[in-house]
Write a protein that binds this ligand. Structure first.
Ligand SMILES: Nc1nc2c(ncn2[C@@H]2O[C@H](COP(=O)(O)OP(=O)(O)OP(=O)(O)O)[C@@H](O)[C@H]2O)c(=O)[nH]1
Ligand SMILES: [Mg+2]
Length: 506
């Protein structure tokens, strides 16, 4: 038996320390609390019950007076008893947060006749039935998404970025069960979101049976640790999620190499950070020892591996640059497709050249570059001439810096091309901000790319005044539907002009 002094909320046991912790079971703990006022349990106590998945919560209210029975034993002190327990989801309503049932005031006699084992077993059977029926695919992660709108962020930009995070979860193979949002001036230094929100996340995790919570920003190691302790499931930040998608997509040796490098580079400072905070915490007896040493060894091993991978990426870079030189010697101009992820770059190269690049309605479908020959009409002679068209990895806003660094060999295919085709998905509500993100990323690349032609894609899905707006703002752009093979001839001709301009400007 565990005795805690304080309200059920104050004496709460962290999820990871509970004897049992899962969506289909209760924790195996019953809590009895006393209360001076004759009123039913407070919402905070009931919330604490949900978070610990208590078998039951009994609240006894006191009369403030009582008497000693003859022969010992107190009586009359307890006025009434309330019995509260969780209820299965089909009866709950996430919006008004009714996850529980509270009995009317009972007398102690009635309460003692309650068969708790039967109650718990009955509830667990229902939870389990519900859990099994929810479980579509056991391999699919059940994810809760958390978005936080800070200070100067605009509402629309925030909504777009949360929607994008949901799509990233889907692309990583997860299922988004619910998305929770909060507005704060600054992220909370320890927990990112406020205490009330953490509780709401924990409850939603519990009741929906989520096994992963993804945040729309990068988290510090201590934030991750605190949140995992409070919520009880794995916490992932945006960069880790993107790295995970890349890891799943990597096919070629070069791709795998670059992904591993990016993952280790992201991880390393986090390991060091954890080490530091640990030593700051104690800085004395009990803080030295195998924990710290192991961390140090681990850190060195990772550093060594990073150095080796970096060397390999350098070799890869040198190899690619030799290939590019050979192409340039043959005087075949090169054009790279760039653009936001899912803009339709691979669909476009397939439509233009009969390539067989994998396309899909998911983010980061393509990782490895593919190059194909494409005949275009020469802009002066109209004779066909060949250009080499390369499709490669898509961009995203705030592409993690470790990825940019690790993927420099792949990205050089982009920056060292003679010209760029910037593919924009005009059917996407955030197409304008996508253009800005791509331009920002290009401007951060070490080598200045050549001239660029903007291609608006998916015009078959564009409605309202969007097409006219884009045409007015980008008079020299081309408008196509790669999917429906619309506008491809115009695109070929403009490509002919583009490479001539590029070669002239060299
Ligand atoms: N309606 C419509 N859908 C299109 C068009 N072009 C591409 N798509 C769809 O858009 C999705 C993404 O296409 P991809 O070619 O894989 O996009 P990508 O730019 O290569 O994306 P990443 O490789 O992930 O960066 C797919 O579901 C395509 O079928 C188009 O012209 N019209
Ligand atoms: Mg692609």
């Amino acid at each position: 038996m565990r005795v805690g002094v304080g309200t059920p909320r104050q004496t709460q046991i962290p999820p990871l320390e509970l004897p049992r912790y899962s969506a289909e079971r209760l924790s195996g703990i019953r809590c009895i609390a006393t209360k001076l006022k004759p009123e039913s349990p407070k919402e905070s106590s009931l919330t604490a019950m949900v978070m610990q998945r208590l078998d039951a919560l009994v609240v006894l209210t006191l009369t403030g007076e009582g008497f000693q029975r003859r022969g010992g034993g107190a009586a009359g002190y307890v006025k009434e008893a309330y019995l509260a327990h969780l209820i299965p989801k089909q009866d709950t309503n996430v919006d008004d947060r009714r996850y529980w049932k509270v009995s009317p005031p009972l007398s102690l006699d009635v309460l003692t006749k309650q068969d708790f084992l039967e109650l718990v077993e009955g509830l667990e059977a229902e939870f389990e039935r519900e859990y099994v029926s929810q479980e579509v695919d056991a391999n699919q992660e059940r994810v809760l998404v958390v978005g936080m709108m800070t200070g100067e962020m605009e509402r629309a930009a925030f909504e777009d970025s949360v929607a994008e995070l949901e799509r990233l979860v889907g692309s990583a193979g997860g299922e988004v069960l619910q998305t929770l949002k909060q507005r704060r001036n600054h992220p909370h230094p320890q927990k990112v979101v406020g205490a009330g929100k953490v509780e709401e996340i924990a409850i939603a995790t519990q009741t929906l049976g989520a096994n992963l919570v993804v945040f729309d920003r990068d988290l510090t190691p201590s934030q991750v640790r605190n949140l995992e302790e409070l919520i009880g499931v794995r916490i992932l930040d945006r960069t880790e999620l993107i790295l995970d998608i890349f890891a799943q997509r990597a096919q070629s040796r070069a791709g795998k190499l670059q992904v591993e490098l990016a993952q280790l580079q992201y991880m390393l400072p986090r390991l060091i950070g954890r080490g530091k905070s640990m030593s700051r915490l104690g800085g004395g007896i009990g803080t030295r020892g195998p924990g710290e040493t192991k961390l140090e060894t681990e850190r060195r091993a990772i550093q060594r591996r990073i150095t080796r991978l970096q060397k390999e990426v350098n070799q890869l870079q040198a190899h690619r640059s030799r290939l590019r030189n050979q192409r340039q010697n043959r005087e075949v101009p090169t054009v790279s497709l760039v653009g936001y992820t899912n803009a339709g770059k691979s669909t476009l190269i397939n439509a233009l050249t009969n390539a067989e690049v994998y396309t899909a309605n998911q983010l980061f479908a393509t990782l490895d570059p593919t190059t194909r020959r494409l005949p275009v009409p020469d802009s002066t002679t109209s004779e066909p001439r060949t250009v080499l068209l390369t499709d490669t990895v898509g961009f995203i806003q705030e592409l993690p810096p470790s990825l940019i660094d690790a993927f420099r060999a792949t990205l050089e295919e982009v920056t060292e091309a003679d010209a760029l085709l910037h593919v924009v998905d005009l059917s996407h509500p955030a197409w304008e901000s996508h253009i800005r993100s791509v331009k920002n990323l290009l401007s951060e690349m070490p080598v200045m790319p050549g001239p660029m032609l903007t291609v608006f894609n998916k015009i078959d899905q564009v409605y309202g005044g969007t097409l006219a707006q884009a045409q007015a703002e980008f008079p020299s752009a081309v408008f196509v539907s790669a999917g429906d093979r619309l506008g491809l001839e115009t695109l070929r001709q403009k490509l002919g002009q583009l490479v001539r301009d590029a070669v002239v400007s060299l």
